[in-house]
Ligand binder design. Structure first.
Ligand SMILES: [Mg+2]
Length: 295
């Protein structure tokens, strides 16, 4: 009889150890980046004239690719190189992806430009999505698209996915708003699709933009918080309860409280629904740009 209990205990311990070892693998964070006005600004042939008017001295302040032949320019947001170095350093913890409202072909083009310019590994982006991957325009960039995708091995969920976007309507629906960061627009040549001259105000704002440093900091805090989950929490699936920026979670998690992540949360009321949205920098242009959301 004693032997039986001993064996049973052995068996159970074995099971627990097995389960624990599996759960000990660190939780990964998926960061989905929008392209335009989030990580870069693109000037097409129509607006190339505004770039031509910029003095060579001023151009030196930007990290850019000037495709003279096609009369197109890509201006990268400051510290994008730092951001990618950070991602590369923590590749076992952070996965990144691109998702634009523009066509897939544009996303692919930008992805190759970025990989070449920043010398990134071929597979740095987990996926590259365009508007073809938006299946319901009422809920643009719905993160459920990722969460139900079997190719992702159920690895990503509301617990460990964030969308970084400058466009409020991509964020302010039920699926996304507690999993998103509304980011200040990077718009040296204005926010209108037609673009405008580089004025002094937009120039100063753009070259002094440190928003991606803040993004790195938020990601670090989120990973630090993931590290705090104990084996017991993991086994009880405790960590799966809330979305990343759920207000209760932000209150309960010691690291998130200690690092004042709450200061990035803004109350935005859209169609009488109170949404607590994490935001970085000045989001007044994002709100102005889509004022119809508040009607
Ligand atoms: Mg955008």
């Amino acid at each position: 009889m004693e032997d039986f209990f001993y064996q049973l205990q052995e068996k159970m311990t074995g099971l627990i150890t097995e389960q624990t070892a599996e759960n000990l693998s660190p939780i990964q964070l998926l960061v989905i980046l929008d392209i335009d006005e989030t990580i870069l600004q693109f000037l097409s042939t129509d607006s190339y004239k505004f770039w031509n008017e910029v003095t060579p001295e001023k151009k030196l302040n930007f990290d850019y690719i000037d495709n003279f032949k096609h009369q197109q320019v890509v201006l990268f947001r400051p510290f994008l190189d730092t951001f990618f170095s950070f991602v590369k350093k923590y590749r076992d913890r952070i996965k990144i992806a691109l998702w634009t409202y523009s066509p897939q072909s544009y996303a692919n083009l930008i992805s190759s430009i970025i990989k070449k310019h920043f010398k990134l590994p071929e597979d740095i982006f987990l996926f590259i999505y365009g508007k073809e991957n938006i299946y319901n325009e009422t809920f643009p960039k719905s993160l459920k698209t990722i969460w139900i995708d079997e190719r992702m091995n159920k690895q990503f969920n509301k617990i460990n996915t964030i969308l970084v976007d400058d466009r409020l309507s991509n964020i302010c629906h039920n699926t996304n708003y507690e999993n998103s960061i509304l980011i200040q627009k990077f718009q040296p040549f204005g926010m209108d699709a037609k673009r405008e001259k580089l004025n002094e105000k937009n120039f100063e704002t753009s070259i002094n933009d440190t928003i991606l440093i803040d993004l790195i900091m938020i990601i670090k805090i989120l990973l630090e918080d993931f590290d705090e989950y104990t084996k017991v929490d993991m086994m009880n699936k405790e960590y799966e309860t809330y979305s990343v920026f759920n207000p209760q979670r932000l209150q309960q998690r010691p690291i998130l409280k200690k690092k004042f992540i709450n200061k990035y949360i803004n109350k935005i009321i859209i169609k009488k629904i109170n949404m607590n949205i994490c935001s970085l920098g000045n989001i007044s242009d994002a709100i102005k740009d889509e004022s119809y959301l508040f009607e």
